[in-house]
Design a binder for this molecule. Structure first.
Ligand SMILES: *Cc1c(COP(=O)(O)O)cnc(C)c1O
Length: 371
């Protein structure tokens, strides 16, 4: 049986009529770039994140970039993040003119290691971007306390963690700003590109609103040099509908993860992902660790089981970042995870028989590379 890595067709099928009606209202009202539907979604999403404000923007990458710009970060500054993220986390830093500085991750959660953070701070450090990798919140309390002591900003990269919780609080509202992506494959996905910054800081909200709209507060009056990163009306309308199903989708992901955990725990050669005790994980990605990962991946592909690697090359070893001068061995935990992680099919609509098939083929694959 073929099992896709991600199945958006099934995800959208049940609500087709609702989406069509939403498109019609966008067309009828002509609210295409920003406007009513985006504003409604911003209100709903802020509420969902237990935060005061959400500002819809063009993508998750833009959300990170505009949040950094709004904090006044630029050339000469350093921003600390992790090397085992999607490249966008570092790109957003680079596009302000600041320098990305990496720290290694914790070997249990693969999120930012607060112990490694202190020693990476210099007099140029202005901000820290922990990433809630795969949907598991980073260990925010120690990160926030280090930041507060030194007057640094903390921006959550919550692009993989819509609805995740840390000590019962939703991500996005834990620090100075939280950045989300609504790329179609994320836990909350638009019908194209989209992103949002979430914050309790009203001044930050106003600065980002200006920056995303050519620096204008009144049409054709530009107080600052901004950019065009408004959210599409269509995306605002679609996201309002899909937000209502997010908790249910996350709950299903969680139960699929438990099923995988049960099937793979204690199996020789497989390490299952661990959850912190104080977190609500939303399993954007379910990644096991296996030796001979590439061979097992080829085996899964030959049996038509979709899988992925998040991420095969850590950011500090990417060609694009050669100038930063990091060598292999700089961040051993992140580097080892890049060699061993294997992401299995994970989406709310996975069926029991699909899960069983994945589990069986992984077991077979492990045996076949062992022989
Ligand atoms: C997806 C993602 C982004 C970028 O979001 P886009 O909407 O694709 O620009 C940033 N950080 C992480 C961790 C992501 O997974």
């Amino acid at each position: 049986m073929k099992v896709p890595f991600l199945d958006l067709h099934t995800h959208h099928r049940a609500q087709r009529a609702e989406f069509s009606r939403a498109f019609e209202s966008v067309v009828d009202l002509g609210a295409f770039a920003g406007g009513k539907f985006v504003e409604e979604f911003e209100r709903d999403f802020a509420l969902y994140c237990h935060a005061d404000h959400a500002i819809g923007v063009g993508s998750g990458t833009d959300a990170l970039w505009l949040a950094l710009l709004a904090f006044g970060i630029g050339p000469g500054d350093e921003v600390i993040t992790v090397p085992n993220s999607f490249i966008a986390t570092a790109e957003a830093i680079s596009f302000t003119g600041a320098k990305p500085v990496f720290v290694d991750v914790d070997p249990i959660t693969y999120n930012m290691d607060p112990g490694a953070l202190e020693s990476a701070i210099t007099e140029r450090t202005r901000a820290i971007i922990p990433v809630h990798l795969f949907g598991q919140p980073a260990n925010m309390d120690p990160i926030l306390s280090i930041a507060r002591e030194r007057n640094l900003r903390v921006i959550e990269d919550a692009a993989q963690a819509h609805g995740a919780e840390y000590d019962g609080r939703r991500v996005g509202s834990l620090a100075d700003a939280g950045c989300f992506s609504f790329y179609p494959g994320k836990n909350l996905g638009a019908f194209g590109e989209g992103g949002a910054v979430v914050t309790n800081d009203v001044e930050l909200r106003d600065r980002i609103r200006k920056l995303r709209d050519h620096g204008q507060s009144k049409k054709y009056h530009h107080g600052v040099v901004g950019w065009n990163s408004r959210m599409d009306g269509i995306q605002g309308a679609v996201l309002q509908i899909k937000l209502r199903g997010l908790d249910e989708g996350n709950k299903l992901r969680h139960s699929h993860a438990l099923r995988y955990d049960e099937a793979f725990s204690g199996v020789d050669g497989i390490t299952v992902p661990e959850r912190g005790s104080n977190v609500g994980h939303v399993y954007h990605i379910y990644a096991i660790q296996v030796p001979q990962r590439d061979e097992i991946m080829r085996y899964l592909n030959s049996k038509e089981i979709g899988c992925g690697i998040h991420y095969p090359v850590p950011i500090h070893l990417q060609e694009a970042y050669r100038d930063l001068g990091y060598a292999r061995g700089a961040f051993p935990v992140a580097e080892r995870s890049a060699e061993r992680f294997l992401s299995l099919p994970m989406f709310p609509e996975l069926t029991h028989s699909q899960l069983d098939e994945v589990i069986e083929v992984v077991h077979d694959g492990l045996k076949s590379v062992g022989d």
